[in-house]
Ligand binder design. Sequence first.
Ligand code: PLP
Length: 401
Amino acid sequence: MGLAGRRPALVNAFDRALADRLAALEAQGLRRELRCVDAAPGPRVVWQGRTYLNFAANDYLGLATHPALRDAAWRATEQFGTGSGASRLICGSLAPHHELEDALAAFKGTAAALSFSSGYATAVGTICALLGKGDVIILDKLVHACIVDAARLSGATIRVFKHNDLNRLEALLRWAASPDHATLVATESVFSMDGDQAPLREIVALKERFGAWLLVDEAHATGLYGPHRAGLADELGLGPRIEVQMGTLGKALGAAGGYIAGSRPLVDWLVNRARSFIFSTAPVPAQAAAARAAVELVQTSAGAALAGQLWARVAQARTALRLPALAAPQLTAILPLMVGEETRALTLAAKLRERGCFVPAIRYPTVARGQARLRVTLSAAHTTEDVAALAAALDAVHFQP
Ligand SMILES: *Cc1c(COP(=O)(O)O)cnc(C)c1O
């Protein structure tokens, strides 16, 4: 008798129940599966023996395979080993973590910074440390799932405003304003699935008028905008007016992890109260060292050149895909090609793969139902020929943005 035959009936029933749920997802075009990629992340991916042009990664500057980051990771591994050994507050607070945080604070122009094992852990730890029952959190409708989950877990009262709608935000701020509780507004600076930007100047002015706090998630802007490539707040000179500047280390910065940059009291409070920081093993030394190398690299002229190359590819793609032209600080590396129906997005993505282009079909629950899209992301590592090949493949599958 095989192993399966000896499984208790209850376990079999459990698996049947899950199989039924998966079949329901499949029927709606919503089932997801992992694809094992057989090559380093980069402008090309190898999958099941075939090479594709990769328009799916968030490695916007090509830093995930950059020699400076690799060297930093090697050296940290040689010196500190592969694991941090414990959480930061027990004995895992190694030199690479402190060096990363010093570099992040200098980069963002803040008094202090704190790193986390992921962007997800950053949002959950930070928001739950700042807010509790009786407080209010006001979210842009399109903020990342980690901010939504954090808001729910915090116990604060949640209000949501239509994406980038300043009138709705103002009405909610007026409703929430009270000296008796905290009010936190949370937005992204560049939105992960729509690739547009928040009106940060206006949001900062509004939260100041109503005495609220602001958290800006720069996951898709860190490394890309501003005189130091520190993000959109850097570009707009707004950093000092934002209480909580959040970002990730795994996108343009080519490593992994998340960070908060802000005042000393903010960081000290998070060290004491952010549960995802306190009750979690410190990130591996290689991760922190690679991220620090990236933070330093993006601020140099080499970083400026990589960003310039990215914006040139984005401008080329916008023209080739007949999208409205935008000037440099308004450009983002994320081009959502709206499809609508989930199964149609899957079919288009499969046809693009047949033509050698890997573009993900983004579906519910990442975006709303019926708003499935092909999410094209560009990198400084793409060539002009790569972008032309994507445009040709989209034409060949008769996709009209
Ligand atoms: C990717 C992302 C995160 C999560 O960061 P991870 O390091 O991948 O956990 C948070 N916010 C936004 C807007 C993101 O796009």
